[in-house]
Design a protein around this ligand. Structure first.
Ligand code: HEM
Length: 185
């Protein structure tokens, strides 16, 4: 029932977002409306539960928690995990170097995309990251169905981490803004 509600809410958003003009960033330049990053806790420093003795921005911790959960949800989702064959083979062999790299890149990407000011994204462009010709770690080009399933999985990860539905909806808007670059077939 909970899953059905989540699915319907994500589906509803997909419909709404797909009729919006392309929006890579929030369109209000001079308003003081908090960004999604602010809503997740912004730049307030908290201790990093994954690295004892270190501090982390609360917004980044929120994003990283959703990203790491999402990687695990996707790993267990047979409809899209074949894209991640390289990563899954590494993790199965107890090698987490690719996981850590992907976690960092995705976290940086979503921090920037949700309004963080203290981080930059230094990974591949979205087009190159999702083309096997330029990123051998992806098994094939992404279909629109796989893209939609990715959103469902990120939604599940966000629910697991206790994000309220308005923030999940904002995250889905950020993800959808990348669709034309990620889906290449
Ligand atoms: C808006 C949605 C998405 C974003 C923002 C995103 C972002 C990223 C980023 C930042 C990377 C790492 C690039 C690098 O290593 O420099 C990556 C890699 C990858 N993405 Fe996506 N992605 C999205 C959707 C998808 C979808 C829908 C799929 C497939 C269903 C997918 C499959 C992959 C795979 C297989 C990799 C390589 C993972 C690895 O390093 O082992 N992505 N993506």
């Amino acid at each position: 029932m909970k899953n059905a509600a989540l699915f319907l809410s994500v589906l509803g958003l997909l419909v709404v977002v797909s009729i919006l003009p392309s929006c890579s960033k929030s369109s209000n330049n001079n308003s003081t409306k908090p960004t999604l990053y602010d809503s997740l806790g912004g730049t307030a420093m908290v201790s990093d539960p994954a690295n004892s003795g270190q501090m982390i921005e609360k917004g980044r911790l929120g994003i990283r928690s959703v990203v790491d959960s999402a990687i695990f949800v996707i790993a267990g989702d047979d409809s899209i995990n074949p894209y991640f064959m390289t990563l899954l083979a590494e993790v199965t062999a107890n090698n987490f170097s690719g996981f850590n790299e992907l976690s960092k890149n995705l976290t940086d990407f979503f921090c920037v995309g949700t309004g963080a000011k203290d981080f930059t994204y230094s990974g591949l462009s979205m087009a190159n990251a999702h083309n096997p010709a330029t990123n051998p770690r992806i098994s094939e080009k992404v279909s629109v169905n796989a893209f939609n399933e990715f959103i469902v999985d990120v939604g599940k990860a966000a629910v697991k981490n206790g994000l309220p539905s308005n923030l999940i909806n904002s995250l889905v808007v950020v993800i959808n803004s990348q669709m034309s670059l990620v889906v290449q077939r």
